[in-house]
Design a protein. Structure first.
Length: 89
């Protein structure tokens, strides 16, 4: 499901602390064309709240969010689809 889409862009933000995961995710979202998918992986526990809020603010769609098992512990992954017209335009 996560890696099957050829229009999918992976963004690994593991090790970054708040506010960097949100800032880099915002920049990536704004740089992608409508319909493209962004998969964000991060380790910052605050991202569980911050990334969904950012997605809503940007007018994108949060397709899925999950906690990953294994090492490093506490990784989060979000699958986001860019909308046709984000509200910041």
């Amino acid at each position: 499901m996560w890696d099957e889409d050829p229009d999918c862009v992976d963004l690994d933000l593991s090790g970054l602390k708040c506010p960097l995961p949100v800032l880099r995710t915002r920049k990536a979202l704004r740089g992608l064309a409508a319909g493209r998918t962004l998969v964000v992986t991060c380790t910052d526990p605050l991202a569980a709240l911050d990334i969904p809020n950012l997605v809503r603010e940007e007018g994108a769609h949060l397709d899925a969010a999950e906690r990953l098992e294994g090492q490093p512990a506490g990784r989060l992954r979000f699958r986001i689809t860019v909308s046709a017209r984000p509200p910041h335009s």
